[in-house]
Design a protein. Structure first.
Length: 388
């Protein structure tokens, strides 16, 4: 039970450290999901277009194209008179886009020549760009309708000009964009876990060595393995708390700012996040052991920060590997810590079925890795060099 005394001692000491609390309870669990998840929600709100939503469109000379105005109205676009100064209105955000119809629009249509239209856009304004995409999509449909009517009027079947009919059948449930979105959850989980125990692991080894408080601790009638387990337990508590708070913050983020991701295929509800946390839970032990081991190797706080800073590449690596390389979820990839959790959590978010033996291999491989790292840390603590 001596390791529990060491564990509670480390927890109490680090609860007084504002830097540790910031990264364990605020940066990883709250700010990181808010930055990445918030930007994700904002980007989807910007890219997605709801054609059922009623919008207004400022039109110059709308009397010249009554049929076009009627078509816009049938597609939930209410036409209003354009402002006198179009450019100023766009630059100051009074109008999102302005459509200008020339006087010879109807005459051009009658003469079967391309009828000119000018769409005034402020590309520096995201709302203007989004609204321009909506208007262009509707006008393209109007153009295709006119083209078909022209051909039919001349007794030509419009299908005559369709030499090929290519139908693309995407058998995936998510697509490339879905794969990227699904990778956000494991990335946030793993990064927050690392940040949760980052400064505690540094302080409990390199920090105590610099403060010369490690030698009195090692001189106590307590086995060095118990000291390692106590420090490991304290780190594990902070890593676990950071992971749980991350799951809660992601749930609240997508609860408050609800957004339909890929027609509901991407899910961040309570059941999904609970299942994801359980599948990622073996990483709590692995990451804690990794942090303790790296800290035990270093001799100073500065050196520990350098090593652990470089170690941040490890949780980022699977995220980028899975985006650029086609690494399938197979039996051979499941024993690898972090990589298997990335693949499992992606499947959870996408609602894909997960073979039970994949879960077993992931848990066993990750726990074995954690045990080996913890054994290495214990061995490092048995050396007198730990005090240098």
């Amino acid at each position: 039970m001596s390791f529990l005394v060491v564990m509670f001692k480390e927890i109490i000491d680090n609860l007084r450290d504002r830097q540790t609390l910031f990264y364990a309870l605020l940066f990883g669990p709250v700010l990181l999901p808010l930055l990445l998840g918030g930007s994700l929600v904002a980007s989807f709100n910007q890219l997605s277009i709801d054609f059922d939503e009623i919008h207004t469109l400022s039109v110059v000379n709308h009397e010249a194209a009554p049929n076009l105005v009627e078509f816009l109205f049938s597609n939930n676009i209410d036409v209003i008179d354009a402002p006198d100064n179009v450019e100023q209105s766009l630059r100051f955000g009074d109008s999102a886009v302005v459509l200008e119809i020339p006087d010879d629009f109807a005459e051009s249509l009658r003469n079967a020549v391309p009828a000119p239209l000018t769409l005034h856009v402020n590309s520096a304004d995201k709302e203007s760009t989004k609204e321009a995409r909506r208007i262009r999509a509707i006008i393209n449909v109007y153009e295709q309708t006119l083209n078909s009517l022209r051909l039919q009027h001349r007794g030509i079947d419009p299908a005559t000009f369709n030499s090929l009919q290519v139908v693309e059948n995407d058998v995936s449930n998510d697509g490339a964009s879905g794969q990227l979105l699904a990778s956000i959850l494991p990335f946030l989980f793993i990064m927050s876990m690392v940040m949760g125990g980052y400064y505690l692991a540094i302080d409990t080894t390199a920090g105590e060595r610099e403060r010369h408080s490690l030698e009195p601790l090692l001189s106590l009638p307590v086995s060095r393995s118990a000291i390692v387990y106590g420090k490991y337990g304290a780190t594990l508590c902070f890593v676990t708390l950071s992971g749980m708070l991350t799951a809660l913050s992601i749930y609240l983020l997508f609860k408050v700012f609800s957004v339909e991701l890929l027609n509901g295929q991407i899910r961040f509800d309570g059941a999904t996040l609970t299942r994801a946390f359980l599948l990622a839970s073996p990483l709590l032990f692995f990451i804690s052991a990794l942090l303790i081991t790296v800290s035990a190797i270093t001799r100073s706080t500065k050196e520990a920060q350098t090593y652990l800073g470089l170690m941040m590449i490890i949780p980022m690596a699977p995220f980028f590997v899975l985006q650029f390389l086609n690494v399938q979820s197979t039996t051979s990839t499941m024993p690898y810590p972090m990589l298997s959790q990335y693949q499992l959590l992606e499947s959870v978010v996408l609602g894909n079925a997960i073979p039970w033996h994949h879960i077993v291999l992931s848990v066993v491989g990750t726990l074995i890795g954690a045990a080996l790292l913890l054994m290495l840390a214990s061995k490092l603590y048995t050396r007198e060099r730990i005090l240098d």
